[in-house]
Write a protein that binds this ligand. Sequence first.
Ligand SMILES: Nc1nc2c(ncn2[C@@H]2O[C@H](COP(=O)(O)OP(=O)(O)OP(=O)(O)O)[C@@H](O)[C@H]2O)c(=O)[nH]1
Ligand SMILES: [Mg+2]
Length: 446
Amino acid sequence: MAMFEFLSDRLSQVFYKLSSKGKLSEKDIDDALRQVRLALLEADVNFKVVKDFTARVRERALGAEVLQSLTPTQQIIKIVNEELITTLGGAQSHLAPSPHPPSVVMLVGLQGSGKTTTAAKLALHLKHSGQRPLLVAADNRRPAAIEQLIILAKQSDILVHSEAPETKAIDICAHGLTRAKELAANWVMVDTAGRIQIDEPMMQELAEVKKVLKPCEVLLVVDAMTGQDAVQVATEFHSQISLTGLILTKMDGDARGGAALSIRWVSGVPIKFIGIGEKVDAFEPFHPDRLASRILGMGDMLTFIEKAEKAFDMQQAKELEKKVRTAKFDLDDFLIQLREIQKMGPLTQLIEMLPGLPKWAGRLPDGTEEKQLKRIEAIMLSMTPEERHNPAIINGSRRRRIARGSGTTPQDINQLLNRFQQMQKLMKMGIGGKLPKNLAGIFHSR
Ligand SMILES: Nc1nc2c(ncn2[C@@H]2O[C@H](COP(=O)(O)OP(=O)(O)OP(=O)(O)O)[C@@H](O)[C@H]2O)c(=O)[nH]1
Ligand SMILES: [Mg+2]
């Protein structure tokens, strides 16, 4: 199971359930938020982050505009999306170059977190964007680490400065800086030694190295698979040597994503990059908004909401809704409704954009829904305004006339009228409040 898949599934279930309610009450929102909270906790998100997050969503969701809106669930999804982005750091956080090149990036982290691999990945990333990076192998605790960096650098044709492992780390760093000037490198990536856990000697060494390097970036490399431990590590490193950014590795793993969702909010340090595989090019800048929409399983959900908002004439919708409540909804109103739905674009495509639905939407042959709607529209256009306003007057001969006019059969007309009657009954019982999505559905069985 890929990272976030669990959370994504759970959240789309919550929203799907919510969207089937139409108008929402404060209790509906609280129930939904309780499930969101559980889903986040089960995904291993830090409890403090969960608490802050749900409180922010709740406050905004209970705002009058949301509850009174015709599409409250969509408004709530929008709020959840925005608050997720905030939790993840808001805007994208870029590498900040030094005003006096070379720009020095010091990579720190625990053993096995991915520092050496990430140093090479970052150098390659910079090289691809036209920079001239130099790698410095300052992890002299394991001779193999130096060798590993040289091999990775060679693969991507990147310069490396390395020395015999006996050399002190601060000396390797000082020489590395001189070397960068000689080679006209404008970025220097320094791989440092890690420890199994945070301890005094490591922090001491890192502080000394930092003094020599005067880095513009001190990036902590953390393994996203280690969950809340990663969050702890980030907080600790930041308080001791002051970080400028985080790189989350192994985001291709199957952890539940709690580290990624908590680390920024808890540590206050922005996530700048993520590692998504073992290869040197499995690396990307971190975009809070993209991760948020991935989590909500709705790369397309927001597009859908915008489309719906644009296409749907709110004023007209409100009038329709009032008629529905008072059961004065006639076929003329339905025709207007139908056209609103069609304005939104191909229906199967729209349905695919809704979370929770894609599984069965895929089974409808393309155009089925449109054909149905077109047919219904044709039938209604063949009626006189009087018939549309008062369908009860449609007798046998009128039925035949309408069928001829719309290229359908009297049975089709019957079916439509029966379903319309059913719908009116439902409305009278007060269940018809959830316009507009389900209107079309009432007119043909699946
Ligand atoms: N799947 C996956 N594996 C990664 C990623 N980043 C690093 N690794 C792997 O994690 C392991 C450890 O990576 P290193 O770069 O050696 O980690 P390190 O922090 O330098 O480790 P030490 O030098 O021992 O402290 C290696 O097998 C890498 O291939 C990633 O984003 N995804
Ligand atoms: Mg290493």
